[in-house]
Write a protein that binds this ligand. Structure first.
Ligand code: DCP
Ligand code: MG
Length: 365
């Protein structure tokens, strides 16, 4: 058992404000104060909005909306393409700030993380003070703003961080938590999508207060495993722990075929397709491995893997395609057909020399 203070944890949820857009405004100050959309350009087909700054949101522009619709809502909005490398760099820097206070950091995305500061590294003690310091460091060192939620569990910390955006700091303490949950509309509950929300409304469940009237058994009956979670969460109980950074060890893609394939042309086409899909992920994460592994599952369900490592990371898709083709051609099929092919990239060591656990100790930026 980990030491806990009266069993009460101190959890912070941090979420950057209008993240991609804020980085663009910071790096290109001429964009400041104008409605800004980061995402596909409206003239390009199928473009979607990744995010919009708060000026653009006034017009109703939201993430995941088509760029076309966004342009209709605000014809004067400025559209810029995302610069993932820049966002990733900021993300690493905010994480380095978090690690100054605790190693229990669970990133949820580039701009969002849970921190367990029940026992903080600097002995500050107050989770609110830590959240303030983190926000200040993000402002001073990165010229960006974040919103923080402070509470005794992940669920309420996350809800809290969203309550006073942008640049907010919201504390939901233990004495307020149950009343807070009673007022909360069911849509805001973790795991409640549109379907579940509709189902709840049919049962006259609109808020936490309504949920609280139902027994654990009834909730489980209605909503399965989530029902149990709802029963506890509405009473302010969420025991999910902050899971420290699960480092990505490999990036892969695989496909099971609808019918088994023999060695030959079609298999090579699939291999090319799967290699490209895996490499697309590599580009997304910008994590270049030095090892490529080919996985082959045969019709008798036997799995073999073949890999090859290089002194330098694989940075080009052509290189990856050449390697996987070679690995496949060297594989002995023993006359068996193939059910599945997979390609993975690993061994990111060289590409990521920075160690996040000590990155926060000194001023890196
Ligand atoms: N994002 C995306 N596509 C989505 C949602 C988000 O590409 N459908 C990207 C762009 C966002 C970033 O992820 O900047 C973070 O997502 P958030 O939901 O935290 O949104 P923002 O940080 O942009 O705004 P907010 O101030 O509401 O947190
Ligand atoms: Mg955000």
């Amino acid at each position: 058992m980990k030491a806990e203070h009266n069993g009460m944890r101190k959890i912070i949820h941090i979420d950057m404000d209008a993240f991609y857009a804020a980085v663009e405004e910071r790096d290109f100050p001429e964009l400041k104060g104008k409605p800004l959309v980061v995402g596909g350009l409206p003239e390009g087909r199928g473009g979607v909005v990744a995010t919009a700054n708060y000026e653009a949101r006034k017009f109703g522009i939201r993430s995941a909306m088509s760029s076309k619709q966004a342009q209709k809502l605000c014809p004067y909005a400025i559209f810029v393409r995302p610069r993932f490398a820049a966002y990733k760099e900021v993300s690493q820097k905010i994480r380095a700030i978090f690690y100054r206070y605790t190693d229990l950091v669970e990133p949820l995305s580039l701009d969002e993380a849970y921190l367990d500061v029940t026992e903080d590294k600097l002995g500050i003690g107050s989770a609110i003070a830590i959240a303030q310091q983190i926000k200040q460091a993000i402002k001073d060192e990165l010229n960006l703003t974040a919103s923080a939620g402070v509470s005794i569990n992940k669920f309420t910390a996350k809800i809290a961080s969203d309550m006073n955006k942008p640049d907010g700091l919201t504390f939901i303490g233990p004495s307020k938590i149950e009343r807070f949950m009673e007022k909360l509309p069911v849509e805001k509950f973790f795991g409640v999508g549109k379907v579940t929300a509709d189902k709840m409304k049919k049962q006259a469940i609109h808020t936490g207060k309504d949920l609280k009237k139902l027994s654990e058994q009834r909730l489980t009956q209605l909503f399965g495993k989530s029902g149990k979670f709802f029963y506890h969460i509405v009473r302010g109980i969420d025991r999910r722990e902050v899971q420290p950074n699960q480092e990505i060890k490999s990036i892969s893609s695989e496909d099971t075929f609808t019918y088994d394939l023999a060695k030959g042309e079609e298999l090579n086409d699939w291999l090319m397709h799967i290699t490209k899909a895996a490499f697309k992920r590599v580009l997304h994460y910008e994590m270049y491995g030095r090892t490529i592994t080919l996985k082959v599952k045969f019709e008798d369900f036997k799995i073999i893997t073949r890999s090859i490592s290089f002194p330098n990371p694989i940075k080009e898709v052509e290189e990856a395609l050449e390697v996987t083709e070679m690995l496949l051609s060297q594989t002995d099929f023993l006359d068996k057909k193939v059910r599945l092919l997979g390609v993975s990239f690993s061994n990111f060591g060289e590409a990521k020399p920075r160690n996040p656990t000590n990155a926060g100790q000194s001023k890196l930026f």
